[in-house]
Design a binder for this molecule. Structure first.
Ligand code: MEV
Length: 432
């Protein structure tokens, strides 16, 4: 029996049957909660039919739990929805190494989103800009009245910025940014409503025409940074010395820091962890992806979102900073049953707390990839899990899956044609 007092350390979880894993989670979740983790993630066809248009079915993904995470001193079990093997195992293993150094420390800025208004047809752009800035308090006051509930919760408009775009394919124009604190929401609805409602006033002040009114996914005022220290002694494995692993990881990061071709893949590894938690909690992963990659190119050159270095004691330290516009209220987080349970499992009370966990998982995932790449290569660890998928695709069932996967790895031939051949031979009793 697993013990809740051990927090997110659940040794042996990997080897339990599905039933036993659910049983182990009874310490965290109610029986009704656990129902949402069974078939169809608790989402009925009827429920789905209310979520989007032209529904004809459900699309399921595996939901795994990343173990060993300590974020800001708190143990947390992290739900991850992802189709790719090795990701959950990689995050859990790296969280264990980070745990030996005190876990992850993460910090979120206030949940401020940016709403954009594109102002066209202006005769005198600097004059229009000055007029808007002169009326800033009035505009902010008007914006504050748009969402009384958000205002009561401590959110609402924070600032106005006016940008002058001097050259564009249609000539110069103004862009107004409404900085809007959305508290525990992702914020798209709140921000889009606010900019749409404010537009007529902006037109009256400038004499121009407000064209686009929409949230920016480059949420660079809603940033989260996470860091961790891996004690040098935790880094040795196989025939690799801890210094070799540490310096190998730093050299791998340096590659991503200077080369966009490598940075794209490096950041994809980070997003393996980030997106999986974002999806599990019913959040908008396209928004997170867009924000992450735009932020990675903020200095005009696409680069790594993370940094890795050694501290004064020779330990490995990592840091990751990125926008994280996620919510715990509204949208699919409210209507998707297993997303609700995922949030309860993590025990997050604010969107910022969720964001801090997500960025910590991104950092762990990055470490998992770099550690493998800097040593034995990515394929070795991948193969076992990949082989299981190949075995299933070839038609293996039940106990055949593990047995077939093991044989494929042993033969170093993880291919569907070989898997089918072996299965056929088992059926005719001629091999295996
Ligand atoms: C694969 O999904 C992710 C990696 O390519 C990330 C990386 O190269 O850093 C392994």
């Amino acid at each position: 029996m697993l013990d809740k007092r051990k927090g997110s350390r659940l040794p042996g979880f990997y080897n339990l049957s599905l039933e036993a894993r659910w049983k182990a989670l009874e310490d965290w979740l109610t029986a009704a909660d656990l129902e949402a983790f069974r078939e169809s993630a608790g989402l009925s066809l009827e429920g789905a039919d209310h979520m989007i248009e032209n529904v004809v079915g459900l699309h399921a993904l595996p939901l795994g739990l990343a173990l060993n995470f300590v974020v800001n001193g708190r143990d947390v079990l992290v739900p991850m929805a992802i189709e790719e093997p090795s990701v959950v195992a990689g995050a859990s293993f790296m969280a264990r190494l980070a745990r030996a150094g005190g876990g992850f420390t993460a910090q979120a800025t206030p949940p401020e989103m940016i709403g954009q208004m594109q102002v066209l047809d202006l005769a005198d752009l600097p004059a229009a800009r000055s007029a808007l800035l002169a009326q800033k308090e009035i505009l902010l006051g008007e914006a504050a009245g748009i969402d009384p509930l958000l205002q009561r919760l401590g959110g609402g408009p924070r600032d106005l910025e006016v940008r002058l775009i001097e050259t564009s394919p249609i000539g110069p124009f103004l862009v107004l940014h409404l900085i809007y604190d959305v508290r525990d929401a992702m914020g798209a609805n709140a921000v889009n409503t606010a900019v749409e409602r404010l537009a007529p006033r902006v037109e009256a002040i400038t004499g121009g025409r407000v064209h686009l009114r929409i949230l920016s996914n480059l949420a660079d005022r809603r940033l989260v940074s996470a860091r961790c220290t891996i004690p040098l002694s935790e880094l040795a494995f196989g025939g690799y010395s801890p210094e070799e692993v540490r310096d190998g990881i730093i050299a791998a990061w340096a590659f991503a820091a200077v080369d966009p071709y490598r940075a794209a893949t490096h950041n994809k590894g980070i997003m393996n962890g980030v997106d999986a938690v974002v999806i599990a909690t019913g959040n908008d992963w396209r928004a997170i992806e867009a924000g992450a990659h735009a932020f990675a190119a903020r200095d005009g050159r696409y680069t790594s979102l993370s940094t890795w270095s050694r501290d004064a004691d020779g330990n490995l330290t990592g840091a990751l900073e990125m926008p994280m516009a996620v919510g715990i209220v509204g949208g699919a987080t409210r209507v998707h049953p297993s997303a609700q349970v995922a949030l309860r499992l993590m025990g997050v009370r604010t969107a910022s707390e969720l964001a801090e966990i997500i960025v910590s998982v991104g950092l762990a995932q990055n470490l998992a990839a770099l550690r493998a790449l800097a040593t034995e290569g990515i394929q070795r660890g991948h193969m076992g899990l990949h082989a299981r998928q190949v075995a299933i695709a070839a038609g293996a069932q039940g106990e055949q899956i593990e047995r077939l996967a093991e044989q494929l790895v042993r033969e170093q031939l993880v291919r569907i044609d070989r898997a089918e051949e072996i299965l056929r031979s088992w059926q005719t009793g001629s091999e295996g």
